[in-house]
Design a binder for this molecule. Structure first.
Ligand code: ADP
Length: 184
C-alpha cells in the first residue's frame, strides 16, 4: 500500500495535482474540503455544523474531519490514498499515522508557492470557481489558518524524514512533471 499527502497552502494546486497523481498511481484521492462541501450541500448534520466555520475560512474541528477520513480509509481500496487538504493540524497528522500505521505511513509532497503568487491565484479563482469561500476576507483567514495551524506540520514530517518539497510555480504540467519524478 502506497500513501501520499499532497501538502501546501490554499491555492498551491493540491486538488489538481492530487487528481492527476491518483490516476497515474491508481490511488484513491481523498479531499477533505470536497467531502465537507458535500456534507454542506446535502445539509447533513455535519454539514450544518461546519457550514459557518468553512464560510469564515477557519478550520473545522479535528474530530469531524478525523471521522470522515476514518470512514474513507476503512472503505477505500488496497492500493492506497492521496490525501488532499488533510492533515491540517498536528493532531490530524498523528491521527492519520495511527490509522495507517499497520499499512504504510504517508509520504508528504509539499508544493512550495510564494505568497504573492498565492494571492494572485486565489483572487483569480474567486472570480471563476463559484466557491463561496473564495472571497477576500475568507481567503485572508484561510492563509492565516494555514500559517498558524498547518505549516508547522512541515517540521513534523521533516523530522520523520517523510517530506519532499517541490516547486509549485510554473504551469500545471511543469509541477506535475516534478511530482512524477518524486513518485516514480
Ligand atoms: P483550500 O486548500 O483551497 O483552502 P479546501 O477545499 O482544502 O480548500 O478546504 C476548504 C475548507 O474546508 C477549509 O477552509 C476548512 O474550513 C475546511 N477543511 C478542509 N479540510 C480540513 C481539515 N483537514 N481540517 C479542518 N478543516 C478542513
Amino acid at each position: 500500500m502506497l500513501n501520499y499527502i499532497i501538502f501546501g497552502p490554499p491555492g498551491a494546486g493540491k486538488g489538481t495535482q492530487a487528481k492527476k497523481l491518483a490516476a497515474k498511481l491508481n490511488l484513491t484521492h481523498i479531499s477533505t474540503g470536497a467531502l465537507l462541501r458535500e456534507e454542506v450541500s446535502r445539509a447533513t448534520e455535519i454539514g450544518q455544523r461546519v457550514q459557518e466555520v468553512m464560510a469564515r475560512g477557519e478550520l473545522v474541528d479535528d474530530e469531524i474531519v478525523d471521522s470522515l477520513i476514518k470512514d474513507k480509509i476503512q472503505n477505500g481500496h488496497e492500493a492506497g490514498f492521496i490525501f488532499d487538504g488533510y492533515p491540517r493540524t498536528i493532531n490530524q497528522a498523528r491521527n492519520l499515522d495511527v490509522l495507517l500505521a499497520a499499512k504504510a505511513l504517508p509520504l508528504t509532497l509539499n508544493l512550495e508557492v510564494s505568497a504573492d503568487e498565492l494571492a494572485k491565484r486565489l483572487a483569480l479563482r474567486g472570480l471563476e470557481s463559484g466557491r463561496s469561500d473564495d472571497n477576500e476576507a475568507t481567503i485572508k483567514n484561510r492563509l492565516l489558518a494555514y500559517a498558524r495551524q498547518t505549516e508547522p506540520l512541515l517540521d513534523f514530517y521533516a523530522d520523520h524524514k517523510r517530506l519532499i518539497s517541490v516547486a509549485g510555480e510554473g504551469t500545471m504540467d511543469d509541477v506535475y512533471q516534478r511530482l512524477e519524478k518524486e513518485v516514480s
